[in-house]
Design a protein around this ligand. Structure first.
Ligand code: GLA
Length: 315
């Protein structure tokens, strides 16, 4: 049996999920797959991207947190409690540490493999990620990967868990640009920003408040198929993440500038920040041209389209 979980591109609503804010992500075509056969009493996984094999008992309650990628599998088995044994292989097209939710995709796909496809509640996998990495993440990535629908963004209220599917018109395109820089969220900076905004630090709070307004503005711009307005909203989000929340980097700022030079309407760092990728909004008719122009200037870029949430591989 083979399972897949997509990556996540957040259109807007960054660093507000853990404050109970409303966010607007979608699931993108990059994905992690996990192909498994049943085993009676063990979890054995290998990955194309890792040298070490993961080997865990079904009950990990007394197993200390392992190092490396095994910690994600351990976190999932621990959070789920009741899992099947499997032997399997993991393959991925999601660059790790790049703001596209590769660790949550791994956790979601493994959760499906260990339960024969019973989707857990997003909060259960949020706990798995927090236990595995020590990063006090919100619930956006888990909810996106478990609920998103093709052709739609997920307007997710992180306070209530309620969500609405927002159609993304064919005229609106999204391009991800990879700076090639990488980060580990367990380095403490994510936790530090979260603590600062929760303590009431003024610039951090200003970001959270203005970002929330921009999410609802972006929903309107999507509804009106107004690429120029959506672009301006994304640029304002990037400025706020850079100046008020302090999670950008020179490489991310440069990639947003590059997106503009190459014909995007706007762009912003995507995910937690510090390194990784930016998402740019483009007129869909220009998508290929923008991707080509960015690549010509030396950065990797590709168009992303909203796909369905995690589930069985159907091809
Ligand atoms: C990471 C976390 C999310 C969210 C984003 C920033 O992806 O896992 O919960 O906080 O950063 O918006």
């Amino acid at each position: 049996m083979s399972w897949r979980a997509p990556g996540r591109v957040n259109i807007i609503g960054e660093h507000i999920d853990y404050l109970g804010g409303t966010v607007l992500p979608f699931a993108c075509g990059l994905e992690i797959r996990c192909e498994v056969q049943p085993l009676p009493d063990e979890i054995i996984l290998v990955s194309d991207a890792e040298t070490d094999e993961v080997r865990l008992p079904l009950d990990v309650a007394d197993v200390p947190r392992p190092e490396g990628w095994a910690r994600h599998i351990w976190g999932v088995a621990r959070a789920l409690g009741d899992v099947h044994g499997v032997r399997g292989r993991v393959t991925s097209t999601i660059p790790p540490g790049a703001g596209l939710s590769s660790s949550t995709a791994l956790e979601v796909v493994v959760a499906l493999a260990l339960t024969d496809g019973v989707p857990p509640a997003p909060e259960v996998l949020q706990r798995a990620e927090q236990d595995a990495t020590g990063v006090p993440c919100g619930v956006m990535d888990q909810a996106t990967l478990l609920r998103a629908r093709a052709g739609h963004a997920l307007l997710l209220d992180c306070a209530t868990g309620e969500s609405t599917d927002i159609p993304i018109a064919e005229s609106i395109g999204f391009v991800v640009i990879d700076t090639g820089t990488r980060r580990e969220l367990s380095d403490g900076r994510y936790a530090q920003r979260r603590a600062e905004v929760e303590r009431g630090d003024l610039p951090r709070q200003r970001h959270a408040e203005t970002e929330q307004g921009r999410v609802f503005d972006a929903v309107e711009a999507l509804r009106d198929e107004d690429v120029a307005r959506l672009g301006a909203i994304l640029l304002a989000s990037h400025a706020s993440l850079r100046d008020d929340f302090d999670v950008s980097s020179p490489a991310l700022d440069a990639a947003v500038d590059l997106a503009m030079v190459c014909g995007a309407s706007g762009g912003r760092l995507v995910g937690a920040g510090f390194a990784g990728c930016v998402v740019a909004v483009v007129d869909a008719a220009q998508e290929t041209e923008v991707v080509r122009a960015v690549r010509q200037r030396g950065l990797h870029a590709w168009a992303v389209h909203p796909v369905d949430a995690a589930g069985p591989v159907r091809d």
